[in-house]
Design a protein around this ligand. Sequence first.
Ligand SMILES: Cc1cc2nc3c(=O)[nH]c(=O)nc-3n(C[C@H](O)[C@H](O)[C@H](O)COP(=O)(O)OP(=O)(O)OC[C@H]3O[C@@H](n4cnc5c(N)ncnc54)[C@H](O)[C@@H]3O)c2cc1C
Length: 486
Amino acid sequence: MRLSSIKLTRFDLVESMVRGKTGAMESTITTLNADVLVVGFGKGGKTAAHALSDAGRRVILVEQSENMYGGTCPNVGCVPTKMLVHYSNERRSEDDAQEFFANSVEGVRALTSAFRAGNFDALDGKDTATVLTGTARFIDEHTVAVGDGDDRILVTAPTILINTGSEPLIPEIPGLADSIHRVSSTDLIKNDRLPDRLVIVGGGYLGLEFADIYQHFGSAVTVVESADHLLGHEDDDIARAATDILAGDGITLITGARVVHVRDEDTTSIVVYEQDGQTFSVEAEAVLAATGRRPAIANLDLAAAGVRTTASGAIETDDQLRTSQKHIFALGDVNGGPQFTYVSLDDARIVLDQLLGEGKRGRSDRMAVPHTLFMTPPLATAGLTEKDARAQGLNIRVSRENVADIVAMPRAYTVEETRGVMKFIVDAHTDRILGAAILSIDAQEIINTVTLAMRYGITATQLRDSIFTHPSSTEALNEVFDKVVG
Ligand SMILES: Cc1cc2nc3c(=O)[nH]c(=O)nc-3n(C[C@H](O)[C@H](O)[C@H](O)COP(=O)(O)OP(=O)(O)OC[C@H]3O[C@@H](n4cnc5c(N)ncnc54)[C@H](O)[C@@H]3O)c2cc1C
């Protein structure tokens, strides 16, 4: 427990003696009284902690692991995976796959440890904020215990922010949970040995991102997905275009298949699945269960604080992210919202508006929240799909063009990545953009311009006629809106 910090004298600090089993006074319990307690070092929690400390509040942030300062994103989520996307695309055929991968993992380690240290120092370095390292568990609605036994301390605060994130969900497939070759996304990116064969159970966004990365590094990747089609919530043309690219890069995509059990051999696992009434198997050195993540609440003892959870195990919140205890807020993945770093950041905006601002922001104000699947090239989407818009009976026009055909976007040719397609759903009456699906080089950037237009009512025509730098990918917008297909 980090209790040596001189700054702790700034918090009301109470030491009380505790009786042991024999009745004798045996140990002391330290209680720190802060203005704001943040549980978990995620994006929302740390952003709020910085702002509240800058506003003069005495803030204590509790993080369970010294390997997680800054939370999932910079340590085991967005940052390392996107760096691996980058490295995996740099690999040349003459590179030794194992050596190249080990060097890449080393590069990721260097960056993530620098980010981790930066996150700790930036917050703990503030006069009125301190970071405690230990697992927090509620004692009552104003108190958490950090750590266990004699080493534990108590922290109390009138305002508490829970930002404990999410953890992988292991599906109940016989043999999977106990398989020694089962890996989480965190295990995979920390291990510097590239699996020769990787099986990914689940073809959602995370699964496909890992499939793409490891295939590019040189693993033979198989994705086993129970749905009949990958990316089923996208329009068929977009899902097909993305799937063709993944399959074209050599990934084996098995859909409509149910994994029935996993059996360990010495150095591999056999993943057995059923498809169309027949049984098949595939062997691999590593099996990634990519079937979703659930809110991380197991250690919190929320019942002790009277904080309610939903049927799906998330912390129940209102539109301003207050829990069933009005002084306790829940931010980020733990409140069951979309699992993105930028949503956790936006949660911090809402909570800060409650604590320091006008109290007007709410989750329901959000619109056109973008999403990117970082395959190569990336697929970025926002708003309505064509099928959803038609199901709602909206009067729409659809513009669509393959990246290779977009004359206004030579950048695709200059970086030798001409695969993909762009598609926009536009309200035929108002000319406002209702939805976008961009499978293209730089899609993760282009989508931000499009969603800004969607949010602030810039029409398709205004976007088409805007001045963009050249050669850039945004220039595609000068052309694709004119390619009306329906
Ligand atoms: C492999 C992967 C790739 C991803 N890629 C992207 C991406 O490209 N873009 C994107 O936007 N999102 C991405 N995400 C999702 C994104 O990382 C999460 O949505 C985001 O980090 C959630 O942040 P959070 O604020 O909810 O909390 P987190 O960042 O998850 O932080 C929660 C913290 O709480 C700590 N904690 C938990 N319980 C306790 C406790 N009882 N006491 C003390 N501390 C505790 C944890 O150790 C952790 O550090 C990715 C996720 C993964 C796993």
